[in-house]
Design a protein around this ligand. Structure first.
Ligand code: NDP
Length: 290
């Protein structure tokens, strides 16, 4: 059987599910699609997909079933009545869930006799099928390897292991970094706004600065993994005092929440007597909630 003979069904044709289904159709796969609001199938049908009237029809139409719904609740609402139909099929769930929800879904799939692969999409819909898109997977290794060529149509595919929660864990850990960085950008933009600087002007400065700063991750990681925060050549926690930053934010009349959060992480380590050690040590404040 060639890869193009594999029948695929996609449940959920929102922004992301629609993009995933479109990539499969464009690659020539026979694709059956289903969405709660049926009109969203129309553009895909126009390109060659087959619309199923019900989620059950879609599941029964294919050995490989892709699910991209809003959240864990909607996945359960749609799939639980279809337990018997899912037996013997492979379920790839790329809906964003917590690691615990992913593991529970894997256990449920195991009970109903379906192979289960969980996915975390590191892309926005227009990136699907283009360079830069990445999808993280965990769960059934057989499912990942058997369908790898198809999964690679969406972006680069990385498999983390049999624990179905791992893809979600990496996904959410990466999103944590993204959201805190976005909050940092918003904070800076708010700080300079009273000086007549537009967010666009600030973005033009912030993007190359933050990009350059990601070069520090490797050094922090080496110190964290080495477990010795006294390694010479690091910026110390005392030097990383954010007092001026917090004061300047207040002077500008903006919230200090974003920078005060980082200041607290630093201060806990300074208070514990580690002020001369490297900035990477703030991970200890995060590892041991205060
Ligand atoms: P949308 O809001 O565009 O689509 C949500 C989909 O879920 C729709 O198909 C909607 O159906 C369906 N749905 C919601 N509730 C139910 C329900 N109770 N029963 C049946 N269907 C339901 O979201 P996206 O497509 O953007 O996101 C889908 C998943 O992909 C999410 O988990 C999201 O976190 C993840 N993701 C999205 C990214 C993005 O940038 N968009 C990036 C990375 C991951 P209907 O059309 O009928 O409302």
């Amino acid at each position: 059987m060639t890869n193009h003979d594999i029948q695929v069904s996609v449940l959920g044709l929102g922004e992301m599910g629609g993009a995933l289904a479109a990539a499969l159709v464009a690659a020539g796969h026979p694709v059956t699609v289903w969405n709660r609001s049926p009109r969203k199938a129309d553009p895909l049908v126009a390109r060659g997909a087959r619309a199923a009237a019900t989620a059950g029809d879609a599941v029964r139409a294919a050995r490989l079933v892709i699910v991209c719904l809003l959240d864990d609740d909607s996945v359960r609402e749609v799939l639980e009545p279809l337990a018997d139909d899912l037996a013997g099929r492979t379920l790839v769930n790329v809906t964003t869930t917590t690691p615990a929800q992913s593991r529970e879904m894997a256990e449920w799939a195991d009970r109903v006799g379906a192979a289960y692969l969980d996915g975390g999409i590191m892309a926005v819909p227009p990136m699907i099928g283009r360079p830069g898109a990445s999808v993280l997977y965990s769960g059934s290794a057989d499912a990942f390897h058997e369908h790898r060529h198809l999964l690679d149509l969406w972006g680069s595919s990385t498999y983390f292991g049999a624990d179905a929660g791992l893809a979600s864990l990496y996904d959410l850990a990466l999103l944590a970094g993204m959201y805190v960085m976005f909050a940092g950008f918003a904070h800076g933009a708010a700080m300079v706004a009273p000086a007549g600087v537009t967010a666009g002007e600030f973005a033009a400065m912030a993007a190359p600065w933050l990009t350059a700063m990601t070069g520090a991750f490797e050094g922090f990681a080496a110190v964290i993994d080495g477990g010795d925060y006294t390694v010479p050549g690091q910026q110390s926690l005392e030097f990383s005092d954010l007092t001026y930053l917090v004061a300047a934010s207040a002077d500008q009349g903006v919230s200090t929440e974003v920078v005060a959060m980082v200041q607290r992480l630093v201060q806990r380590q300074v208070d514990a007597g580690h002020g001369k050690e490297g900035f990477a040590r703030i991970i200890e404040s995060i590892r041991r909630p205060g």
